[in-house]
Design a protein around this ligand. Sequence first.
Ligand SMILES: [Zn+2]
Length: 407
Amino acid sequence: MAQVEKSNHNSDQREAGRLQVLDVIRAAGTIARIDIAKETGFSPATVTVITSQLLESGLIEEITPEPAADAKPSTRRGRPRVSLRLRGAAHLIAGIKVAHNSVSVLILDFEGSEVVSHDMPMPEPRMATPYFCETLKRAVSQACAKGGFALSGLSGIGVAMAGLVDAKRNFVYWSSSLTDRNVNLGAHLDRVLPCPVFIDNDANLVAKAEHLFGEGRKVDDFIVVTIEHGVGMGIVIGGEIYRGERGCGAEFGHTKVHLDGALCQCGQRGCLEAYVGNYALLREANIMDREMPLADIGMLFKRAEAGDAMARSIFERAGRMFAMGLANIINIFDPKLIVLAGEQLSFDYLYADAVLEAMHQSSIQVDAPLPEVRVHAWGDQMWAKGAAAYAIERVSALTVREVPVDA
Ligand SMILES: [Zn+2]
C-alpha cells in the first residue's frame, strides 16, 4: 500500500513538473533549456530529462536559429544555442461558447494560434439535453469542415455555457440553455463527440481569457463581470480561477438585491439579474407597455435613444441596481481591478458615468483609490477563446500523464 502511494506521489510530481515546463515554454514562446531551469528552479539535468520526454511525445520541438550572416567565424564555433517551443501541430483544440441565440466555435492549435472560427445560429435558446448535444456536435463539425479536417482530428473541446456548472465533474446543475436540471452533460457529450470535453461556466472562461489574453494579463487578482442575456462573474485569485466547492460560486447575477423581488430565470426572486439582464429589461418594458411588445433589447435601446421616458427609466433603474451590485463586490473582495465584459450593445448603459459614480458612493470609503473598472467589449469568439484555452490546459494535463517515463 505504502508502495502504491509512493508511486502515485512520484507520478503526480512528474506530471506537475512536465506541466510546469510546458507552461514556461508557452509563456515564453521560445526558450532555451537553461532559461527553463532558471524560471522553474529545476536543475538543468531535470530540465533535460523532462524536455526530452516532451520532445519524444511531440508536444514541443527544437528550433536551432541560423547563425547571423555577418557573424564572425569565432562565434560560429561550438554548438548553436537550441531553443524549444510548443509544437502547434501536436493538437487541434476547440472552444465553444453557447450563447442565447448562437453557438461560436474557435479551433486553436496547441500553441494557441487560431485555425478556424465559426458561428452557427442556435435553433432554440433552450433545449432538451440530447438535442443540445447534437446542436453542439453540428456546430463543431461545421467548424472542422470549414478547416478541412475531420471531427476526429480534435484532441479536446472546451464548452463555455451560462449557469451553475461543476467543472470538476462536467456536471450542469442548471443552465439557461437547457430545459433539464442536474445534467451529467459531460457523459452526454462524450456519447456524441470523439474526444474529451471540458465544460465550465462561461464567466469563468471569460476570466481565463482575460487573464491569458485580455485586460487581466498582468493582474493576478481581479474580478470579471459578464453582461449578456444574464449577468455572470469570474473571480481570479492568485492567477487561478476561484470556483467554489460545488462550482456554484461567483453567481453575481443571483445575489439578492430585493426581498421577494422580481422573478429570476433561475426560479428565485430578487436576483440582480432579474433587474439587469436583457430578458428582465424586455419583460419590464412589455409589462409597462402592453400595446407594442418588443422582441429584443435593441428595440428598447432605440426607444431610449429616441428619448422615450419609459425606456430610459428602465435603463436608469438597471444601472442603479448594477452599481449597487458592483459596490457589493468591491466591499467583499477589494479587488485591484474589475473588468466589465460583454457585447457593446447590450450593456453600455451599465457603465455610464452615473453608474460608476453610484458604485463609488456605495463602496466602503477609505483614504485609498477604489479599484479600477475597465470595460472590455468583445464578441462570442473571445468567449470561445477562453473555452479553448481551458481545453488546451486540460489536454496538456491529460497528455503529460501519458508521456512515457523513459522516453
Ligand atoms: Zn436568479
